[in-house]
Design a protein around this ligand. Structure first.
Ligand code: UD1
Ligand code: CA
Length: 494
């Protein structure tokens, strides 16, 4: 027999009514993945030959999501939710069909629920090992809870062996006092499970086919039943409403942060830092308070992110600084600086040693090494060559109302403040533009472009047109004790 389980069956057909959501319960995200995706990640870690998802409520959402995660997964549709025992039977039927008959069911079958986002593959691996080593037909994961309300209780004989699981609603007061609960995560011998499920009855408080009854049936059959009591209770906990969801997310986040801190990442304030499980950080990177690192974001060594930044699918290179920034699908080069108050939209690349400064929005903009956009600008659909500096308040006008166009600025160019680059336009290497220039035509390499009209100065205009105003008085004082207009001369009247 192969050491891999024959299948992991994930139960995800329930309604999840208490979420009060149009989104199926197991699709709600926790730290960068749906609850279901966390469970599927744990399941695939034990390398089952088949992954089976039992879907029902919201299956038009849940089914495609499962296939996105594991294209080869089998979907078993449970039309009516008649209980966990019925759900597993539906899953086994789909599995048997895929295997070309019940004979293929040989080996271990793991059953788990789809709403335990903290479950880890290592826990399933341990459960599988306990199952195999003990030669069990049934092995269940159990946990001891301070408040076991709602869970199935694990009843043991005087010798400590598991006798049965009794559901909260069917339990006597004495049984409800038991604090060891069934986590809803099991390993079964496949053929035994298929046979025992046929003997379930729905004669209980909820009128359902309880998977948990297989435990008592196995004991009465005299086959081996085992349990593994985990001390990591969080892993077995499910989210039934959004309060529990937030609570589990906080715990998973804390675990993620602790893992990174132990790996050499400085997290200054774990209570205000959120890091998705899909993010990677190198040792000696620093995360300041108020930071969210999401998706496939990576942070390299000596980089500092924060405070107060949200990065989604962003690559932060070695030694870079990202301060009070909102960024998505962007790359920040080595030793580059971004922020404060910057907005990097998809396709933005900041070269090594480059800068995107305060109140700058960039979209699909590629900055060469050392290129800088320091202040108050919009950089849309642009390429800026190495060593170029863009003046304050520059707009890369990429949209003519119909289509988007690109602007290319060469290397070591110096553009003045308050410029507008009307794309498509090309500014050559080493070119210079004056303040307030509107660039509508290509500027050759090394040229100076100036488009603002010459400055006119009309002397004593205020004295004539705003006589007696505070400005007039101030001007007279500036002109000297006699306060006479005309003291400064000028280009003449209007
Ligand atoms: C179940 C266990 C209980 C255990 C608890 C752990 C049973 C009878 N009881 O109770 O001993 O302590 O889990 O969380 O198994 N589902 C289906 N189809 C159904 C019914 C349920 O797919 O017809 C799925 C649900 O979507 C859910 C999982 O099975 O993911 C568990 O179902 P739920 O109704 O939450 O069982 P509990 O009452 O919590
Ligand atoms: Ca439950």
């Amino acid at each position: 027999m192969s050491s891999n389980p024959t299948a992991v069956i994930v139960l995800a057909a329930g309604a999840g009514t208490r979420m009060r959501s149009r989104t199926a319960k197991v699709l709600h995200p926790v730290c960068g993945r749906s609850m279901l995706a966390h469970v599927v990640a744990a399941a695939t870690a034990v390398e089952p030959r088949h992954l089976v998802a039992v879907v029902g409520h919201g299956r038009e959402q849940v089914g495609p999501h499962v296939h996105e995660l594991v294209p080869s997964a089998l979907l078993a549709v449970q039309e009516e939710q008649l209980g966990t025992g019925h759900a597993v039977r539906v899953g086994l039927d789909a599995l048997a069909e895929a295997l070309g008959g019940a004979a293929g069911l040989d080996g271990a079958v793991v059953v788990t629920t789809g709403d335990t986002p903290l479950l880890e593959g290592s826990t399933l691996a341990t459960l599988l090992a306990v199952h195999r080593d003990g030669g069990h037909a049934v092995t269940l994961l159990t946990a001891e809870l301070g408040d076991p309300t709602g869970y199935g209780r694990v009843l043991r004989d005087a010798d400590g062996s598991v006798r049965e699981v009794v559901e909260q609603k069917d339990a006597t007061a004495e049984q409800r006092a038991v604090r060891e609960v069934n986590a809803g995560i099991y390993v079964f011998d496949g053929p035994y499970l298929a046979e025992a499920l046929g003997r379930l009855s729905s004669d209980n408080a909820q009128g359902e086919y309880y998977l948990t009854d297989v435990v008592g049936i196995a004991r009465r059959d005299g086959v081996r039943v085992g349990a593994h009591l985990t001390d990591d209770v969080d892993q077995t906990e499910g989210a039934n409403d959004r309060v529990q969801l937030a609570d589990l997310a906080a715990r998973l986040n804390r675990r993620t942060l602790e893992r990174w801190m132990r790996a050499g990442v400085t997290v200054v304030d774990p209570t205000s830092t959120w890091i998705d499980v899909t993010v990677t950080l190198e040792p000696d990177s620093t995360v300041l308070p108020g930071v969210q690192l999401l998706g496939t974001t990576t942070v390299a060594e000596d980089a500092v992110v924060g405070p107060d930044s949200t990065l989604t699918d962003v690559e932060v290179s070695r030694g870079a600084r990202v301060v009070r920034t909102h960024a998505e699908l962007a790359v920040v080069g080595e030793q580059a600086t971004v922020g404060p108050f910057s907005y990097l939209r998809p396709g933005t690349v900041v070269g090594a040693g480059g800068k995107i400064g305060a109140f700058v929005e960039a979209k699909n903009a590629q900055l060469g090494d050392g290129a800088k956009v320091p202040h108050l600008s919009y950089v849309g659909d642009a390429e800026i060559g190495a060593g170029t500096n863009i003046g304050a308040g520059t707009i890369f006008a990429n949209y003519d109302g119909v289509a988007k166009h690109r602007t290319v600025v060469g290397r070591h160019a110096r553009t003045g403040s308050n410029n507008t680059f009307v794309a498509p336009v090309h500014i050559g290497d080493g070119a210079v533009t004056g303040g307030g220039t509107v660039v509508r035509e290509d500027v050759p390499a090394g040229a100076l472009a100036v488009s603002s009209p010459p400055l006119r100065i009309i002397a004593d205009w205020v004295a004539r047109r705003r006589a007696g105003s505070a400005g007039d008085r101030a001007a007279r004082e500036a002109h000297g004790a006699d306060g006479a207009p005309g003291a400064r001369g000028g280009t003449g009247g209007e």
